[in-house]
Ligand binder design. Structure first.
Ligand code: HEM
Length: 397
């Protein structure tokens, strides 16, 4: 195991909840391993918890896509280096990133987000009512997780949910690595045009939403506003929807943990954190590029080399989490990296947690006999794409 692995080896997930088995071997033998990227670049992949946090918190590593090498193929080939997009702060380094991120921090504090709880509860109740109206079985993704996550996120950002046909499909089209590049660009252009139309409407008629408040701040150009709005939609939608759906799947597949939660609903916050750690939906496309020659994990990493950080591997590191392959609501999950680490750590994590907490609680309360409607191995998985997900989750009650 001393030669460079291929990026393809690293993404061959075979089990529904476990990251690719190669990560366990790598973490044990060489937690920083050489990896050949799709464009031929020989970079690195980090699989231990310690190295993941080191890379993500070291300012000598950049998240600028113009210098980074993409660790996966998309649309049938290597991904070309992207030009910088104004306002797209996930791909900026401080202090530029800080300027944009600061405009949003107050929107996502625990206090601000928890004020949304009644709204999230109301949407969850409404979706449960629709589920009941359908009979005694449904696809949990389509009938619950998707509308819950998208409605709450849309309201918060300021995108009109009633016009979701114009923006809701784009993230899935763009994140489909087997899709078509033209189709993906067209989807981005379409959602971009819709966002700019919405910006114009909000300027004329502001609402109680992030977009209206960002406009009112007077700090941003229209292009920056558009890209920040797109970033919130793209970063907050499939991740939370995936975590909620796969989270329910994991819960139903582990009846003993389900029983623990049913017996003591006050364990919901522990359950949410453990589910986040256990499933770690951001399965790839987390990477940074060295801005100078440096030492990492006993290796010399050269300026310009890209290091991929496997968050799923880091969250299954036995040095950090005992028996990491077990879903255990009693464990100490502190320090998990499902939301990343360092300056880019997820700004929307309080919202994601709220949606998971309310969504899971509502389902368990409404359906005392909630169960999978097909054998677990028949649940269709979406194993490729930056976010791990299921294509549907048939449940009955
Ligand atoms: C379970 C749900 C979610 C998960 C697992 C998740 C995960 C992550 C991760 C791993 C990162 C860091 C990426 C990196 O370092 O390269 C990140 C960043 C980010 N997330 Fe989330 N996220 C979730 C929900 C959300 C929500 C609901 C929003 C907003 C509405 C959001 C907005 C963002 C933004 C804007 C960034 C970039 C932050 C920055 O660069 O400063 N995320 N997320």
């Amino acid at each position: 195991m001393s030669e460079a692995i291929s990026y393809e080896d690293a993404w061959a997930r075979t089990d529904k909840f476990d990251p690719p088995a190669i990560f366990d071997e790598l973490r044990k033998e060489r937690p920083l391993a050489r990896m050949v990227y799709p464009d031929g670049h020989v970079g690195w992949i980090a699989t231990s918890h310690e190295l993941a946090r080191q890379v993500l918190s070291d300012p000598k590593f950049s998240h600028n896509l113009e210098i980074g090498h993409f660790p996966v193929t998309k649309y049938g080939g290597p991904v070309p280096q992207f030009p910088a997009m104004p306002g797209m702060f996930i791909h900026m380094d401080p202090p530029e990133q800080t300027r944009f991120r600061k405009l949003l921090t107050r929107e996502f504090t625990g206090r601000t987000i928890n004020q949304l709880a009644p709204r999230v509860e109301a949407v969850a109740a409404e979706q449960i009512k629709h589920m009941r109206e359908q009979g005694d079985s449904a696809d949990l993704l389509e009938s619950f997780a998707n509308p819950l996550v998208l409605r709450v996120l849309s309201d918060l950002i300021g995108l009109p949910y009633s016009e979701r046909d114009r923006y809701a499909e784009a993230p899935a089209v763009m994140n489909n690595p087997f899709g078509d590049a033209q189709e993906s660009m067209a989807a981005f252009a379409q959602v971009g045009a819709f966002i700019h139309e919405t910006i114009a409407r909000k300027k004329a008629e502001p609402g109680d939403d992030i977009l209206s408040r960002l406009i009112a701040s007077g700090e941003l150009t229209d292009e920056e506003l558009g890209n920040i709005t797109a970033l919130l939609l793209f970063a907050g939608y499939e991740t939370t929807e995936g975590a909620l759906t796969v989270g329910v799947f994991a819960l139903l597949h582990h009846p003993e943990q389900l029983a623990v939660l049913r017996a003591d609903p006050s364990k919901i916050d522990d359950a949410v954190e453990e589910i986040l750690r256990y499933i770690t939906v951001n399965q790839y496309e987390i990477f940074r590029t060295a801005l100078e020659d440096l030492e990492l994990g006993g290796h010399a990493v050269k300026k310009g080399e890209t290091v991929t950080v496997s968050l799923p591997a880091a969250n299954r590191d036995p040095e950090k989490f005992g028996c990491p392959a077990e879903l255990d609501f009693g464990r100490d999950t502190a320090g998990h990296v499902a939301f990343g680490y360092g300056v880019h750590q997820c700004i929307g994590q309080n919202l994601a947690r709220l949606q998971l907490r309310v969504g899971l609680r509502a389902l368990l309360e409404a359906f005392p006999d909630l169960r999978l409607a097909v054998p677990a191995d028949e649940v269709p998985l979406r194993t490729h794409g930056s976010v791990f997900a299921v294509k549907s989750l048939p449940v009955s009650w």
